[in-house]
Design a binder for this molecule. Structure first.
Ligand code: CFN
Ligand code: HCA
Length: 538
């Protein structure tokens, strides 16, 4: 990499240079360097309101609740309470796949909305909501109906929870509502939290039917985008690990109801599902560990982590055997592309976990990340955290043997220094480590929270990456600059990229993208005195 710590500061200065003083002062706090290998982790500003007038990548609370967390469950009917736009524009946009299973129940392809109009805004929409729930029930006879509030619902004060309570009684199925009005919070992150709370309150642990199987786990924060969950399911099955429920890729409500029978929760996307992990630990005594199945090495490490948790030689041996069987194909694919991909550079600005996870996949083909950041993650996703290991459960009796050492395990708990950790460990305290993004990036790299459109253009101009990873809003503008953009949200119709099979897909895809000659032939219309500009100025 050509930049040094000094010119990193210069880069940052150039990024902020043209901004009004007040804006530059605020944005300055959201831009920090990396801090690999034991260096002090800088504090980054995150999860704060986007400055009005700035073009952000972020989405809304409704999107985080309905689209992200609850949307991927195939047998819950999702009903949007609001004007038709929110339902329509969140209809099948996220590429979360599902296997309709033996019962064939799959409502994901449908778009259900109360279609509120002026009349409902003025006189209230509760009647219409009640009728829509009834209509959905009559048509589908589903196991559950979940209602999502859009902005106007909160503004006019419809009591959606009273309506769903009534309808639950009347219909005899689980009906629950989410007060996920788009304007709440500062991003879709608030919507994740609301969905976590409602699924925990209304669904998780409501079916005590015992579930058979050895090494029972749940997978939290995996949404089966492009078939990722299918590949992870394949690997678990091969290892003899019993997956009770995935929250929420390729999932059913029955799996959620029975998820409390698991021995362990594994958390893939910490940002969107950590609340359920913490609540299940507190209520059911199920510990959680962080895992990551993006990257072949990360997959192997995660499987070993799960096996180590169970402390069972049989599982450990099985996991080693699976890794040994799967790795040769991965290594062969990497060896094939490495001569062409080594030394290429990437930037990743996406969501609340992939900007971190996908760096492993790039590393495996010799590519370095110059700059990265999240849209809506919180400080712990950047800075990492050491959570005091709060709970130990007796596997047979399910008795909690050791309770919270810290009063509130959910509370943000900053990363501790090596000395502090050693001192606490000497006292017998155990830690659960959650590595953040900053600690895994070089000090020459830039980390930017909630990057905006101006900064995106500037950083591409200044650091010239070979590939940029982001979403649909950024894609075509960046490609017009001559830089390939790989969508890390929907995978551009590709995938899976998780697990061993996913790694092979990724290596080939990235090789194609960074080595095709077409990008050098592109001239951006705004640099070409093209017809658009002429038309604008005549
Ligand atoms: S599938 Fe996940 S992995 S859930 Fe989250 S933070 Fe979004 S929808 Mo887009 S791709 Fe993205 Fe992450 Fe977790 Fe997806 S990086 S922004 S809300 N996300
Ligand atoms: C969301 C969903 C999204 C959007 C993707 C994008 C997704 O945040 O509401 O901007 O391209 O993954 O579908 O993140």
């Amino acid at each position: 990499m050509s930049t040094t710590p000094k010119n990193l500061e210069e880069l940052k200065k150039e990024l902020l240079d043209k901004m009004p003083t007040k804006v530059a002062r605020k944005r300055d706090k959201a831009i920090v360097p990396g801090a690999e290998s034991g260096e002090t982790i800088p504090v980054i500003q995150a999860n704060v309101r986007t400055i009005p007038g700035i073009l952000t990548q972020r989405g809304c609370t409704y999107a985080g609740c309905k689209g992200v967390v609850l949307g991927p469950t195939r047998d819950i009917v999702n009903l949007t309470h609001g004007p038709i736009g929110c339902g329509y524009y969140s209809w099948l946009t996220r590429r979360n796949q599902t296997d309709a299973g033996e019962d064939g129940d799959n409502y994901i392809p449908y778009c259900l909305s109360t279609d509120m109009t002026e009349n409902d805004i003025v006189f209230g929409g509760e009647k219409k909501l009640r009728a829509a729930i009834k209509e959905a029930y009559d048509n589908f006879k589903p196991k559950s109906i979940s209602v999502f509030a859009t902005c106007p619902v909160g503004l006019i004060g419809d009591d959606i929870h009273a309506v769903t309570r009534q309808m639950q009684e009347e219909l005899g199925i689980t009906v629950f509502a989410n007060s996920c009005e788009g304007y709440k919070g500062v991003s879709q992150s608030a919507g994740h939290h609301i969905a976590n709370n409602q699924i925990f309150r209304h669904v998780i642990g409501t079916d005590d039917t015992p579930v058979e199987g050895k090494y029972k786990i749940n997978l939290l924060g995996e949404y089966n985008i492009g078939g990722d969950a299918f590949e992870i399911e394949r690997i678990f099955e091969k290892c003899g690990i019993t997956l009770l429920a995935t929250f929420s890729g390729n999932s059913t409500i029955t799996q959620f109801r029975q998820a409390h029978h698991a021995d362990l929760n594994t958390v893939m996307c910490h940002r969107s599902l950590n609340y359920v992990a913490e609540m299940m630990e507190t209520k059911f005594g199920i510990p959680w560990i962080k895992i990551n199945f993006i990257g072949a090495e990360a997959t192997a490490k995660s499987l070993r982590r799960i096996a180590a948790y169970f402390e069972d030689p049989e599982l450990m041996a099985r996991v080693e055997q699976v890794i040994a069987e799967e790795m040769p194909a991965v290594k062969a694919a990497a060896a094939e592309v490495l001569p062409r991909t080594t030394g290429k550079t990437a930037m990743l600005f996406v969501g609340g976990s992939r900007a971190h996870h996908y760096q492993d996949l790039f590393r495996e083909i010799g590519m370095e990340t110059l700059a990265a950041g999240y849209e809506f993650a919180h400080r712990d996703d950047y800075e990492g955290r050491h959570v005091l290991s709060t709970i130990k459960v007796d596997a047979d009796s399910r008795n909690i043997e050791e309770l919270e050492i810290e009063p509130d395990p959910v509370r943000y708990n900053p990363r501790k220094t090596p000395e502090q950790i050693k001192a606490l460990e000497d006292q017998g305290v155990r830690f659960k480590v959650y590595e953040g993004l900053i600690g895994e990036m070089k000090k020459e790299a830039l980390i930017i929270d909630d990057i905006n459109q101006y900064e995106t253009h500037k950083i591409i101009e200044l650091m010239k990456p070979d590939i940029f990873c982001a979403g649909i809003k950024e894609k075509y503008i960046i490609q017009k600059m001559g830089v390939p953009l790989k969508q890390l949200h929907n995978y551009d119709m590709g995938g899976p990229y998780a697990g061993f099979v996913g790694a092979v897909n990724w290596y080939h895809e990235i090789d194609r993208l960074v080595n095709t000659k077409v990008w050098s032939l592109i001239k951006a219309p705004w640099n070409d005195n093209g017809p658009e500009l002429e038309a604008a100025y005549v």
